[in-house]
Every structure is written in C-alpha cells, then in structure tokens.
Design a protein around this ligand. Sequence first.
Ligand code: ADP
Ligand code: ASP
Ligand code: MG
Length: 411
Amino acid sequence: MALIVQKYGGTSVGSIERIQAVAERVKRWREQGDQVVVVVSAMSGETDRLLTLARQLQARPEPRELDVLLSTGEQVTIALLSMALAASGCPARSYTGAQVHILTDSAHNKARIRDIDAARVRADLDAGRVVVIAGFQGIDEQGDITTLGRGGSDTSAVAIAAALQADECQIYTDVDGVYTTDPRVEPKARKLDRITFEEMLEMASLGSKVLQIRSVEFAGKYRVPLRVLSSFEDGAGTLISFEDNAVEDAKISGIAFSRDEAKLTVLGVPDQPGVAHRILGPIAEANIEVDMIVQNVGADGSTTDFTFTVHRNDYAQALDILQHIATDLSARHVTGDTAIVKLSLVGVGMRSHAGIASQMFASLAKEGINIRMISTSEIKISVVIDEKYLELGVRTLHEAFGLDRAPAAAA
Ligand code: ADP
Ligand code: ASP
Ligand code: MG
C-alpha cells in the first residue's frame, strides 16, 4: 500500500464535470489499495476573479484582507470534490489549510510554510478516508489566514507529501508532463520522461510556470519524489529525477522564458567605486529583487551606464526610487523599458559542452533578434530581448538545439 499525494490545478477542477472526473481518478487509486491525499486549487479563473473584485474597491488592498478573500477559492473546491467523492462511494473529508495546521510565516500573499501537523490527516487515512486539502493557503502564528503566492498549491502538495513522507507527489495539470518548452508557445515542444531536479529548479526559477519554484525547492530539500502528469489522460508524465545521470544525453533540456521582466538604466553616472552600491542600495531597501545587472563604460571614459532588471510588478516603484536619487548620483538620465522578456536555455549537459552560448547568440542574430543583456551560470544561459521577439526566439532556439527530436541515448 502506497501513500500518494495528488494535486489538481485550476483547469483540472474547472467545472462540475471536471471535479467528477477527478473523483473517479482518485477512486481508482483508492481501489488499488493506495492511501490518497488530494490537494486542490481554486476552479480556473477564480483567483483572478477574486483579485478583480478586490481591486474594484482598492488599488492596493491590505495583504491580510486579500488572503482572507483569495483563500475562499480553494475552500469551494475542497467541499465540492469531497461531495463528488462521496457521491461515487468513496468516503472523503475536506480540510482548509488552517484545519490541518499548515503553519506559515506572516508574509501575506507570499507566505512560506514552516510546519504541518500531519496527525489529523493520518487518522483519516487510517480510517479509510480520502483527505482533501485546500492548496495555496495556511495560517500564521496569530491565527490569520495566509496564501503562498500564485501557483502556490504546488508547494502545498509537496509540503504535505514531505510531512507525510508520501511515496510520491503527483501534480496533475492540463499538460501531460514537463515539456522542452511551453507547448503553448512552441507546438513542437517535446514531453520529457525525466528531468533532473536541478534543471527543473532552473526552469521554474526562470519562468516555467508548470511548477511553482518553491514546490521544487521543497521537493529537493525533503527528497520528495515528484511527477507532473495530465488530469485529462492517462500516462506516466514527467518524473523529476534526483539522479543526474539518469537523463537523456542532451546538451540542453529546455527553454524557459519570463514575461515578468522590466529593465531600468541609469545613464551617465560617474565611473567611480561605490556607484553600484549607491544605485542598488535603495532598491534593496525597498525589498525589490534585482535579477540581471550590466555596467558599461561610457564613451568618454569617465561616466558609465548602469542597467538592471526587476520583476515587472516592481518596475514603477524602482523607477520612482531611481528618479529620486538621480541628482544625488549626478546621473544624466534615468530610463526604463517594460517591453522586454527573458529567454533561457537550461541543461546540465551544458557543463560538459563548450560553445553553447555562441551557438545561441548566432541563432538569435540570424533572425535579427537583438540581445540586450546576458547572464550565465553553470547550467543556464539567459538573454533579455524585446518582447515582440519572444515567440520567434523560443522557436528559433528550439529548432537550433534540436529539442523537438529525442537525443540519442548515452553511449
Ligand atoms: P495548474 O492550473 O494545473 O497549476 P498551470 O497553468 O499553473 O496549471 O501550469 C500548467 C501550464 O504550464 C501549461 O498549460 C503550460 O502552458 C505551462 N508551461 C510552461 N512551461 C512549460 C513546460 N516547460 N512544460 C509544460 N508546461 C509548461
Ligand atoms: N489558485 C491559486 C492561483 O491561481 C493557487 C494555485 O492555483 O496554485 O494562483
Ligand atoms: Mg499552477
């Protein structure tokens, strides 16, 4: 008998029929003799709908109140799924995050899970029930409801699987696994049977929203066996593998991209020690995360241009800060651009292959795509390009690195 945690995303519970289909799938696992804990998202579109309601009242609602509101989406689905399970003859019980003590810090809208008390869940499982838990939500030490950030139900599921020492955490979604890139952007994207944990971590952190980054971090920390698969059809999905050498012998495993980017440039600052700190200090103090940074030496040799990227949501605030310190910095001008995206190649195979970066740059150049910024690490290369080239860029690289074809097996 195995203990399985299954998470169903918004589309997978998007209608009564879909909820019934989930109940049937859960029942099949139960009938095989497995114990099943189900974590659900809100019905598709619900979290956005709630956000729109809130913003009609206040441009920036109090994060605490927003969490009270947003957490209701998942509460609807747990109750409906438990009813669907009962109707199909499968005893089930639903719980909100607070009811199973998913304790988080108090960072509303982006809380982190600290602890889960699995005793109540175990008692239900031992009594032969399916346990249905609301994803995306928890409770802090003051007893206030918190949420974990968009896509947070993935993290709830992995955290619950870790707390229960489950045999596997299965993330059921609207695609049948992790692909070489988002199949919505490149229809030739190929499903991967396995991806290394390290690569999945990079893909998620560089913008692939198929798994929330924190869920991958959690899986790594607690060694939770994690699989992404379809709730619409049967199949083995994609296993997030902890073995480096278990994967296909590819140089590149996938292409990630992020539309959540914005770029800021301070032009003509004196080329002196301390300038980077004077620019980025106030940005850090405002809790704005900086991603890529480029500093050029200006044409006259005595001034420099300083460019960096931030999350698009932080753009307005970052620009405001820079405009305030520009005079102090004796800067000539401050500019910004939100029509940019980040495109990244990811693969552990990059470690042992030189020349990937130049192949990437040459392919983009051939299509007339200008690279605005570059950053690299051992297993990834990221470039910032104009937003209008996103689709072309993804498809060009997908083709250039032969990602639509399965690589030859390792010799
Ligand atoms: P859910 O609501 O089930 O959590 P999400 O929309 O959060 O589903 O995640 C699934 C989506 O992730 C897919 O529909 C797909 O468009 C997108 N996606 C992005 N990158 C990838 C990738 N590399 N492989 C598969 N799906 C991806
Ligand atoms: N419902 C939340 C969201 O839309 C959490 C999730 O689906 O994972 O982001
Ligand atoms: Mg998701």
